[in-house]
Design a protein around this ligand. Structure first.
Ligand SMILES: [Zn+2]
Length: 265
């Protein structure tokens, strides 16, 4: 019932954006946020079968680009001629190697994994098996998979943002581990749980990062703040029609409708 209502609201938003000219001076550009591709039933996961169908749809209907091209677009340093997506995966689960990697290799799709570098850590990460550094290295060497920072222990950065030592151990150590194991210098961070504030953003910017990604829902447009870039979550609660609509400006209008309704309910 809840899903039906959500799909209906999205349909309204989708029709609204198409009929009333709310979109679309620019192409629709989205950064998709996945977590895990598996059949566990975990809320944040997507089954392999559904994921494959989504990739086929994206391949047919969108430019699929590296994340750096979308950062350049947000910084107004490049343009896209058509609707465009980049794929990101948070945390770094084993199924990135066993399920996602074979698929994206066959389909030649670039992806970014925001890696929590303490690969022993499962707490607050769905209790799921994590990648090994050997697997990280092999994916990195393919040229199709980019690894970026998601914190060493997946801590809430807002809680430690006032403590220079703690935030350094979380962010800088994560960065160092990626440099050390695969000889690649990350430039982007996805804030664990989406938690960030001015302290965190200042720290990240001063540490030399170029962009930060949130879990706030929305598309990307030129001139966006590079340290609060929005993404579109993909998880098992959404049907295929919802997936397709959430890649469009409907995601923005739907957010506005839901926020307005919340004020009255
Ligand atoms: Zn995460």
């Amino acid at each position: 019932m809840k899903n039906l209502l959500k799909t209906f609201l999205y349909l309204l938003a989708y029709i609204g954006t198409r009929c009333f000219g709310i979109c679309k001076a620019n192409p629709e550009v989205a950064v998709l946020m996945y977590h895990s591709i598996d059949d566990s039933g975990w809320k944040l996961s997507v089954s392999e079968e559904v994921f494959r169908k989504q990739l086929e749809y994206l391949k047919e209907n969108y430019n699929i680009v590296k994340l750096e091209e979308i950062v350049l677009y947000a910084a107004s340093n490049t343009v896209f001629s058509g609707n465009t997506v980049a794929l990101t995966f948070d945390d770094g689960y084993k199924n990135m190697y066993t399920t996602v990697f074979p698929l994206i290799k066959t389909m030649k799709i670039p992806i970014t994994i925001f890696l929590t570098t303490n690969l022993e850590r499962k707490e607050k990460l769905g209790g799921m098996e994590r990648l090994s550094w050997q697997e990280v290295r092999e994916m990195h060497e393919s040229g199709l998979v980019h690894f970026e920072v998601h914190g060493h222990n997946h801590l809430n950065l807002k809680e430690i943002g006032h403590n220079k030592r703690e935030i350094s151990e979380e962010i800088d150590f994560c960065h160092q581990q990626i440099v050390e194991y695969i000889n690649y210098r990350p430039s982007y961070i996805a804030y664990a749980f989406g938690h960030k504030d001015k302290n965190v953003i200042d720290y990240v910017r001063e540490s030399g990062f170029i962009a930060g990604f949130t879990i706030n829902e929305g598309l990307i447009k030129p001139g966006d703040n590079l340290f609060t870039l929005k993404r579109v979550q993909v998880d098992r609660t959404m049907n295929f029609n919802l997936f397709k609509m959430r890649l469009t400006s409907a995601v923005i209008l739907h957010r506005k409708i839901v926020d307005s309704l919340r004020k009255f309910l």
